[in-house]
Write a protein that binds this ligand. Structure first.
Ligand code: BES
Ligand code: MN
Ligand code: ZN
Length: 477
């Protein structure tokens, strides 16, 4: 999707955001009868009113009454998603948004929903043009957006598209090595540093968690380190992002069932996609923050040499783990990455992982389960970013009692915590490998959609990316 300012040559197809039935500013050229028609429908609370002219289509969008800015922004994104269907049904390639309302950011939020909703993954269709959305360009009338707003929107949308596409690629096109290569390309294209540790180096380091999960696989693991380091950073110590990069999770020998479970497990690298695409956005915006991202990656398979329930493994940190379920694999490779993060003496570490079905069961598709040891100021800022982007957070406690559930009879800890509090016991496991302010985001419930909902498209959603980027943009060390 391309965003630009409208010019004389722009097509006449347009969206007008209007505020109030009586005082609304109508486009010049609307007949009295048409204006009367719009007023009548606004009064009937019709919020999107199409007007067909012989040579163009106008959509009048009346601004809803909302209790908060956050809700208003989200309502506009949803209107954008609604408009996306209508615009593509008419095969319009280009629309111009005019904001005549008093809410300055209305056009940007509407365009954001429109663009998020226009995403498609057609790579494997033999005739993609038959399915392809025609909409390619969203133009803004001069007063409806600023240049920096446009540039920022472009960056956000490109990052979301990139993350969704990484998730949508199946395992046979996106192994751990492919994922690392994709990050290398993103780094080259948008200007951040990328270093990849391959299997030999991972063995030399002794990343026992990542290597144990990889045992059943024919394909080698990777460990990717990305870095954005501007000349003048606000933070003296880096912020570290960690993303779970399980490119496919069969469950290993603790094999998953197929329907509504293994069948979507190409998405188990959603955390990795999210942090990689965030690095792309950070570099493009040249954020004045020193940020490092880590992605431990492998598939989890029941191969001949696969690790088995009962194995005791030694993690990168030296801690021993009794593996009682090979499907609790994410915490093993994340534990190694969290231990690696200590070398940076980080100011803050944020990990994103499709970690537990329990998180998905608890809050469903509408929010992220988070927990951690960061201070209240950081938590407040994260929560606010989540509300602004409508990628909301629910904080769970890391009470020490939950730690009892992962004590092992024969090793330091075990990788399962029993039937209750599954999202939290997974978090307690991760906490074991941290020694710095840290937050864990369990995105298992939100990262993959099997049906389109508003501006969320089928497949990878990139849910959480806009929250994270907003948080980093408003971060003051
Ligand atoms: N990748 C899954 C979690 C998941 C579930 C992600 C549903 C997306 C949708 C993770 O590796 C896993 O299998 N977790 C287990 C842990 C259990 C064995 C302790 C789970 O949640 O069932
Ligand atoms: Mn698993
Ligand atoms: Zn997994």
């Amino acid at each position: 999707m391309e965003f630009k300012f409208s010019t004389k040559a722009s097509r006449k197809d347009a969206i007008y955001i209007i505020e109030d039935a009586k005082d609304a500013v109508y486009p010049t050229g609307l007949s009295d009868a048409e204006a009367e028609y719009v007023r009548r429908l606004v009064k009937e609370e019709v919020s999107i009113i199409p007007i067909n002219h012989y040579d163009s289509t106008l959509f009048m969008v009346s601004l809803p009454a909302c209790n908060s800015q956050e809700l208003l922004a989200e309502t506009l994104r949803k209107k954008g998603a609604d408009l996306c269907g209508r615009i593509n049904a008419l095969k319009l390639p280009d629309v111009t948004i005019h904001n005549t309302s008093s809410f300055g950011a209305a056009a940007i939020h509407l365009a954001e929903g429109l663009a998020l909703s226009n995403y498609q993954f057609l790579k494997y269709k033999t005739e993609p043009s038959k399915k392809e959305n025609r909409l390619k360009t969203i133009a803004f009338d001069k007063g409806s957006a600023t240049k920096p707003q446009l540039a920022e929107l472009q960056t956000v949308i490109d990052a979301v598209y990139a993350a969704r596409t990484l998730v949508n690629e199946p395992l046979n096109a996106m192994t751990a090595v492919d994922l690392a290569n994709a990050f290398e390309k993103m780094g080259k294209d948008s200007g951040f540093k990328v270093k990849v540790l391959h299997k030999k180096a991972i063995e030399k380091e002794g990343m026992g968690g990542l290597l144990a999960v990889n045992l059943g696989s024919q394909d080698p693991p990777t460990f990717t380190i990305m870095e954005h380091k501007p000349a003048k950073a606000l933070n003296a110590k880096p912020i570290v992002l960690v993303g779970k990069g399980v490119v496919y999770d069969t469950g290993g020998l603790s094999l998953k069932p197929t329907p509504n479970s293994m069948d979507r497990m190409k998405s188990d690298m959603s955390g990795a996609a999210l942090v990689g695409a965030t690095m792309q956005a950070i570099a493009q915006l040249n954020l004045p923050l020193h940020v490092i991202a880590l992605v431990p990656a492998t598939d989890n398979r029941p191969g001949e040499n696969a690790y088995v329930p009962g194995d005791v493994i030694t993690m990168y940190s030296g801690a021993t783990v009794e593996v009682l379920n090979t499907d609790a694999e994410g915490r093993l490779l994340l534990g190694d990455a969290l231990h690696w993060a200590k070398r940076y003496n980080p100011e803050l570490v944020l990990d994103f992982a499709t970690l537990t079905g329990a998180a998905s069961v608890a809050v469903g598709e509408h929010g992220i389960v988070c927990m951690g040891t960061a201070d209240e100021r950081v938590k407040t800022q994260l929560r606010a970013a989540g509300e602004r982007q409508y990628e909301r957070l629910v904080e769970y406690p890391l009470w020490s009692e939950y730690g009892e559930q992962i004590k092992s009879d024969i090793a330091d800890i075990k990788n399962v915590g029993g039937p209750s509090g599954g999202a939290i016991t997974a978090g307690k496991f991760l906490e074991h490998f941290t020694s710095y302010p840290w937050m864990h985001f369990d995105i298992a419930g939100v990262s993959f959609a099997t049906a389109k909902r508003n501006y969320q498209t089928i497949g990878g959603t990139a849910f959480g990316l806009r929250m994270l980027l907003d948080f980093l943009q408003s971060y003051t060390a």
